[in-house]
Design a protein around this ligand. Structure first.
Ligand code: FE2
Length: 290
């Protein structure tokens, strides 16, 4: 199986493994996120998440960075009031929860560090892979602002040489109407188009900056990739991809995390995501379940 994954990743830039997780395991992850939502702390620990809204970007970025080893709650635009108060039910207004689920949640840790994932990542050639971040993505029903813009993961998770692989687990059946992933097959062979880095201009308002504008990608060249619940999509760091909004009334949840190599690999100091002081990114092969 892993040989096929490697071949497909090298050829297309992504690979689907149907049914990697059982219905019971998917339910366990969904129940865990319900528990985490119930434990949501006070308003000061909430932030709105939007890919294209530049307002409050500084606050959002600081909150994002602080969430790297814990649980942060990211809401759709318009879900919170001026003082952070929640205006709608969190079950339908969360954009995502992250970015340390793999570290602090026993359930997500168990599946992130499970032997199935380790075996596949090992067979992809990784020697010392680490997890940079993990996210639970809600993709709320009926087209709330949950589309994800065209991007390469390596823009945000850059190494030299490129070593990022995304692991994306469908926790519902994901159809085209529900906002499945779309890929530009083979686009991973075109290098890293831009990076998202710590702003070299220390006086600038924004903590982070793109090194180039978004290229003008031709959307007609993208392929939709619908998958069944429990399936796992492995994503090459350089493949260009995106997802539309969920236009149905049904949920379309996913759990995703990103891996990079550390062996003979440079993780630049100006990458926007850095481990917190005194900490390191968690090693996939060394860490065990809680
Ligand atoms: Fe992505």
């Amino acid at each position: 199986m892993s040989n096929n994954i490697r071949t497909e990743l090298e050829t297309n830039g992504f690979a689907v493994v149907e049914g990697l997780f059982s219905n019971n395991e998917v339910e366990e992850m969904k129940n865990e996120i319900r528990r985490i939502i119930k434990e949501m702390p006070s308003v000061s620990h909430r932030t709105e998440f939007s890919c294209d809204d530049s307002e409050s970007e500084l606050k959002r970025n600081a909150y994002f960075l602080d969430s790297i080893d814990k649980i942060g709650y990211f809401f759709e635009t318009g879900a919170t009031g001026p003082n952070g108060e929640l205006l709608v039910d969190p079950e339908v207004s969360l954009n995502k929860i992250g970015h340390g689920l793999h570290e602090v949640s026993p359930v997500f840790r168990k599946y992130t560090f499970c032997n199935r994932i380790k075996d596949i990542i090992r067979e992809l050639g990784y020697k010392e892979p680490v997890i940079l971040q993990s996210m639970y993505i809600f993709k709320n029903p009926e087209g709330k602002r949950s589309e994800v813009m065209l991007h390469q993961d390596a823009t945000f998770l850059y190494t030299e040489p490129q070593s990022c692989t995304g692991v994306w687990i469908a926790l519902d059946d994901v159809t085209r109407e529900k906002g499945c992933l779309w890929f530009a097959k083979g686009s991973h062979k075109s290098g890293v188009h831009r990076r998202y880095i710590r702003n070299p201009d220390r006086n600038a308002k924004d903590l982070f900056a793109f090194t180039a504008p978004l290229p003008d990608y031709d959307k007609s060249s993208f392929t939709p990739v619908p998958v069944t619940k429990g399936s796992c999509v492995f994503i090459h760091g350089q493949v260009v991809h995106y997802s539309e909004t969920n236009e149905t009334e049904e949920s379309r949840n996913a759990y995703t995390f990103h891996i990079v190599e550390q062996n003979n690999t440079i993780y630049p100091e100006n990458n926007w995501i850095q481990p917190k002081e005194g900490k390191t990114f968690m090693k996939l092969f060394d860490n065990r379940i809680l």
